[in-house]
Design a protein around this ligand. Structure first.
Ligand SMILES: *Cc1c(COP(=O)(O)O)cnc(C)c1O
Length: 398
C-alpha cells in the first residue's frame, strides 16, 4: 500500500462527512446519514447544537488559549460544576480520554508513593478493556492488537477477566495500587460490569487501602441516563477518567479524584499545555448547561428504554443474525450471531441504509445516538435496522 498523507492507521470507509445537522451527517455528495454513532459517543448534543456552537464562537472571539501558568476563572467554574455533580473534589482537564486515563494512572501511583508505599504501583485491569492509545493506556489492556510491536510496555499492570471478581481479588498483593475498570466496557463489546463485580472491587479497595479507578470516558456524562454510570451501582470511585461526551465534539477530557486520592498531585507533578484552556471550558460549560437541565437525563433514560424495547422486538424477527441486546440507556449494543460479522453488518447499514453505527468487540454493533434523539429518530432507526437485517446476506465463506 502506498503511503497516504493521513497516516494510514484507520480503515477509513467511503463516508466523508462535510456537515452535520442534529442527528444527521451529510457527506461530500450531499448524501444523508442517520448518525447513531455520534463520533463514538462524543456528539452528545448531535451536530450544530446552537447553544454549543454559540458558546464556542463567542469564546473563540474573546480568549482561546492561555497558559496554565495563569489563573483560570473558566477552568475553576467548570471544575466546580463537575465537582458539585460527582463524587470528586478536584479535576484535571485534558484534551482526550487517553490523557485522562494517563492522569488517573499517575495519580494512583503518586498516592501510594506519598503514603510511603512506592512498591504499590501495580494496577489490576481487565480483559477486553480499552483505555486509549498512549503507552500507559495500551499497557493497561492486554489486547494484542493494540500492543503488538510497541514493547517494551509500561510495567505495573496485571490483568483479570472482566466481571470475574474472584480472579481480580486473587491478583491483589503487596504491590497492588488498585483496580482500573470501565464501568461499562465500550470498545470491548458494550459489556456492563455486574453489580457484584463493581461493588466487590469497591469493597476490596476499602478493605486493602487500594484505589478504584473507573474509566467512564465512554459510559459517563449522561450516556446511560445517569450523569455517571457508577450511580447505577450505588458506589463511588476514588479516581475517574472522563472524555468523549464532555466536550460534545470539542476535544476535552478530565481526570476526577477525591481529595484523598489526589493528594500526591501537587505543584509540578503533572501538566498539559492546552488542557483546560478557555475555549475547551466554554464547550464544557455549554454541554453541562444542557445535560444538567431538569428532565434531560430522564429523556435519555426514556429514549434508552424505547430503543431497548425496539431492539428486543427486532430480535425474534431477525434471529438469523441478531442474538441479544446489551447496554444501558443510550449506550446500546446488539450482539450478532456467529453467522454474521459486526464490522460487515455496520458497513451494510452504512452503505445501503444510510445508518451509522459502530462495531465493537464480541461481535457487537454499538448503537450510540446523540442524547437529544426523539422518538422519530428511533422509528427511523428501527426501519433502517430492520431493512438492513432483512437484506444483509452474511458473506458466506468463499
Ligand atoms: C475512547 C476511550 C478512551 C480513549 O479516549 P481518546 O479520546 O480516544 O484518547 C479511553 N477509555 C475509554 C473507555 C474509551 O471508550
Amino acid at each position: 500500500m502506498p503511503i497516504t498523507p493521513l497516516m494510514p492507521v484507520y480503515p477509513r470507509c467511503d463516508v466523508r462527512p462535510v456537515r452535520g445537522e442534529g442527528c444527521y451527517l451529510i457527506g461530500e455528495r450531499g448524501e444523508r446519514y442517520l448518525d447513531f454513532a455520534s463520533g463514538i459517543a462524543v456528539n452528545a448534543l448531535g451536530h450544530g447544537h446552537p447553544h454549543l456552537v454559540k458558546a464556542i464562537a463567542e469564546q473563540a472571539a474573546t480568549l482561546m488559549h492561555v497558559s496554565n501558568l495563569y489563573g483560570s476563572p473558566q477552568g475553576e467554574k467548570l471544575a466546580q460544576r463537575i465537582v458539585d455533580n460527582s463524587f470528586a473534589d478536584t479535576v484535571f482537564f485534558t484534551n482526550s480520554g487517553t490523557e485522562a486515563v494517563e492522569c488517573a494512572i499517575k495519580a494512583a501511583r503518586r498516592y501510594h508513593y506519598v503514603n510511603g508505599n512506592p512498591e504499590r504501583n501495580t494496577l489490576i485491569t481487565f480483559n477486553n478493556a480499552f483505555h486509549g492509545r498512549t503507552m500507559g493506556a495500551i499497557s493497561a489492556t492486554n489486547q494484542a492488537k493494540m500492543r503488538d510491536g510497541f514493547e517494551p510496555l509500561l510495567p505495573g499492570f496485571a490483568y483479570a477477566p472482566f466481571n470475574d471478581l474472584a480472579a481480580a481479588l486473587a491478583l491483589v498483593n503487596d504491590t497492588t495500587a488498585g483496580f482500573m475498570v470501565e464501568t461499562i466496557q465500550g470498545e470491548g463489546g458494550v459489556s456492563a460490569g455486574t453489580e457484584e463485580f463493581i461493588q466487590g472491587l469497591r469493597k476490596a479497595c476499602d478493605e486493602h487501602g487500594l484505589l478504584l479507578i473507573l474509566d467512564e470516558v465512554q459510559c459517563g456524562y449522561g450516556r446511560t441516563g445517569k450523569m455517571w454510570a457508577y450511580e447505577h451501582y450505588g458506589i463511588t470511585p476514588d479516581i475517574m477518567s472522563v472524555a468523549k461526551g464532555i466536550g460534545g465534539g470539542f476535544p476535552l477530557g478530565a481526570c476526577l479524584a477525591t481529595e484523598e486520592a489526589a493528594k500526591g498531585m501537587v505543584i509540578g507533578t503533572h501538566g498539559s499545555t492546552y488542557g483546560g484552556n478557555p475555549l475547551a471550558m466554554a464547550a464544557g460549560e455549554a454541554i453541562l448547561d444542557v445535560i444538567l437541565e431538569p428532565g434531560f437525563l430522564d429523556h435519555v433514560t426514556m429514549m434508552g428504554d424505547r430503543l431497548r424495547q425496539a431492539l428486543e422486538q427486532m430480535i425474534p424477527n431477525h434471529d438469523h443474525i441478531f442474538d441479544s441486546v446489551r447496554g444501558r440507556g443510550l449506550m446500546a449494543g446488539i450482539k450478532l450471531k456467529d453467522s454474521a460479522v459486526s464490522r460487515e453488518f455496520v458497513a451494510h447499514l452504512r452503505d445501503h441504509h444510510g445508518l451509522l453505527t459502530v462495531a465493537a468487540g464480541e461481535n457487537v454493533v454499538r448503537i450510540l445516538p446523540p442524547l437529544v434523539i426523539e422518538q422519530a429518530h428511533i422509528d427511523e432507526f428501527v426501519q433502517k435496522m430492520s431493512a438492513g437485517a432483512r437484506m444483509f446476506a452474511p458473506a458466506v465463506a468463499a
